[in-house]
Design a protein around this ligand. Sequence first.
Ligand SMILES: Nc1ncnc2c1ncn2[C@@H]1O[C@H](COP(=O)(O)OP(=O)(O)OP(=O)(O)O)[C@@H](O)[C@H]1O
Ligand SMILES: [Mg+2]
Length: 374
Amino acid sequence: MSKNPFVLSVIPPDAPFCNRVEELEQLTSYAIDGTNVVLFSPRRFGKTSLVKRVQANLAKQGMLVLYADFFGVTSVDDVAGKIARSVYTFIQRNESLMKKALRILTTFRPVFQPAEDGSFSISIELARPNLHGIDLLDKTLEDLGVFMEQAGPGKIHIVFDEFQEITELKEKRIESTLRSHIQFQQSSYFFVGSRRRILLEMFNEKNRPLFQSAQLYELKRLPHDDLVEYLVAQFKKGGKPCSEKNAQNISSISRQYPYYAQKLALNVYAVSGKVVQAKNITKALEIMIDNETYFYQATLQSLAPRQIALLRALAAEPSKTILSNNYIRKHDLGSIGGVQSAIKKLRQMDLVEVDTDSRYRTVDPIFSIWLQRL
Ligand SMILES: Nc1ncnc2c1ncn2[C@@H]1O[C@H](COP(=O)(O)OP(=O)(O)OP(=O)(O)O)[C@@H](O)[C@H]1O
Ligand SMILES: [Mg+2]
């Protein structure tokens, strides 16, 4: 039996990937030019998979590529530690760079643990016990700057994934500290994230330290035709052919949302016999919705009743005029003021967006189906 050809996790650079050809090219050239980029999209659109590919490209061309994921950071020390760790992780097999790093990066020491495959997993420990918080971050970035100079200016590319997480921390000087170091460096930084409003406010608002310090780059849905082609090819590879029509159906249900396209296809593959049939898609959709329920419930739990009411209304009926009497009455949304504050929160959380027709609508197509069934 063949293996299920669909994956739910970050796609490694050498695995089959749908399109993103132009994005790959543009982002790679930004990185080489030393341009900073804010890469944003809703959750699970393929940002991490894409930047991993960009970095694989750059590494082939001899650049040093650092990747730090800020998801779940709990303190400024944590942020600094992740940055230091990204350096040690990338250069672990390069003796001369490792020597340099050990000499120059004074704030953290690497701790190596051998993994089964002969590589090392790296953790870090604080090397300057009396340095903490913003001072620690400042010194770490300063050291990193020196390291960059000595490793070859302009040869370093740095990804800060889930960058918006730093706004969850109480320390408000993180942005200015970053800015003060980044602005003099020739390296290219990619700030990646899925809470679009929060992320963009950092770079678009005049009074914020990172204002206009990076090029904004939005990652869009996958193009329908390319997605259909990709799905057909992957089903074929897995030994269960899928017609173009059925693949189109999978693309439409998932609204070309990369994660859901993969997940729906993964379930379709699992429930199909020798060939994919239309009824397999119906069944797979139910399995997928069932499977996401826990996550959707948790999302609702973080919302107030008014926000839930508006979200459900938009799932059923996307609209330009959510503040009109008509819309409010029809969906029982209470007062105009209430709707105004609810929409603000829903957009902050990236649960609602404005589409190309200027209508408010839910971001997540499957959550939307689930909400309509409540
Ligand atoms: N170009 C692509 N072709 C096929 N599948 C893709 C593509 N890009 C992303 N995916 C799928 O989308 C899902 C999300 O990918 P990834 O984790 O890279 O996205 P992300 O935007 O970083 O997500 P998050 O917001 O959770 O960090 C994965 O299941 C992956 O398989
Ligand atoms: Mg990601």
